[in-house]
Design a protein around this ligand. Sequence first.
Ligand code: AMP
Length: 449
Amino acid sequence: MTDFTGLELAQPLLRAIADEGYTTPSPIQGKAIPPLMEGRDLLGVAQTGTGKTAAFSLPLLHRLDGGDEGTAGRPHSRQPRALILAPTRELAGQIVDSLKSYSRHMHIRTAVVFGGVSIKPQIKTMNSGVHILVATPGRLLDLMNQGFVQLDKVEFFILDEADRMLDMGFQHDVKKIAAKVPAKRQTMLFSATMPKSVQGLASSLLNDPVRVEAAPAATTAEKVEQQVLYVSKDNKRNLLGNLLKDSSIERVLVFTRTKHRANRVAKHLVDMGITADAIHGNKAQNARQRALDGFKKGSIRVLVATDIAARGIDVDGVTHVINFELPNEPESYVHRIGRTARAGADGIAISFCDHEERGYLRDIEKTIRQTVTVMEDHPYHAADVETSTAKPPAPGGRGSGRGQQKKRTAPKPGQKSGQNGGQRPSSERPAGQRRRRPNRSRRTTGMAA
Ligand code: AMP
């Protein structure tokens, strides 16, 4: 029995929720699920980290499958019954992963289509039929224009991150798609912010919607003590080794952007005599499971992971998250740091930020609406990395170019930071990162909007 039982969701969904380890509906779930179960349209003001995906997915799956009747039947070729639009392939991928988890005890077929990859497998999937299609607008229109997706059987239409969809220039695509969805349908629109453009879209698509709001993702972030160390790329491995001398860092998830880097970092730690393993998409399922089991049991202290691989990780007692590399998607940062401070526990997130990643940090701070504390008294903190105006190689992500703004903060006189120029410092501070440092040695970057 969980708090979810009061929401009248079908048994297979309650089982999946229990499998996920959810015990209590998040605020947006508590507010959105009842009207959605009744078939109402919904306008949700919420962002990633609030549990919005489950808020729309659970009632969608329930209704699609006729509640406990399990009447979804076989899907029709090319004709989904539910359409979910998302602005980015990352978000679309996350939604489809969540839907698959929540429907694991049901016979619901879900697929995702997005651009930048071959269209052929997507055509094949559409031909064989899916109940729920998650799509980015551009690729969906391609498939529609070629006749491989028809929307005339859509009963459920969901737009996620509508503000970002419009920011990215998808307004016309969304309108074209919406025009093909039958008027008789249930529509849900989620957006982190409600500018006029989104309000206009909402009023053209929604019919007498219920409006629900949830606290922004910052509520997750607020529970976690967040720190950043500016460090040269070459010095990151030494810094990691230095931090791990602190035995209060008991169970730590280290994030990298690439699988290759995850392997190299894990190997480096093992060579140092630290129990570590890597988990990423190139590893066989049993190797991933072994690493995860070892991490859960405590025989592995450090698990090095990529964002995708970490998505399913739900381990209690992760004392620290270390961002060996900052993610180029701010949402990934929120997901990453959310792996610590679970179930009300304290958590610490330490990010290593090199010259090329400063734009990523700025994007992150805007998203979490918080500034991240710079550990400028740490011997590895390199002020020159933070303040240098030298043009770095383009990072190639969303933060591109924005990391090169003018110098904001001059290094303080006598400050140790940066004096080592990327070399191992002569005197190393005993770790003890869980202790708060005196305020005068901490400052914030002041970059959040
Ligand atoms: P979302 O805002 O949909 O991206 O969800 C953020 C995270 O919260 C995901 O990792 C979900 O698995 C998790 N989550 C969603 N609902 C709950 C819940 N009721 N209890 C605990 N975790 C949840």
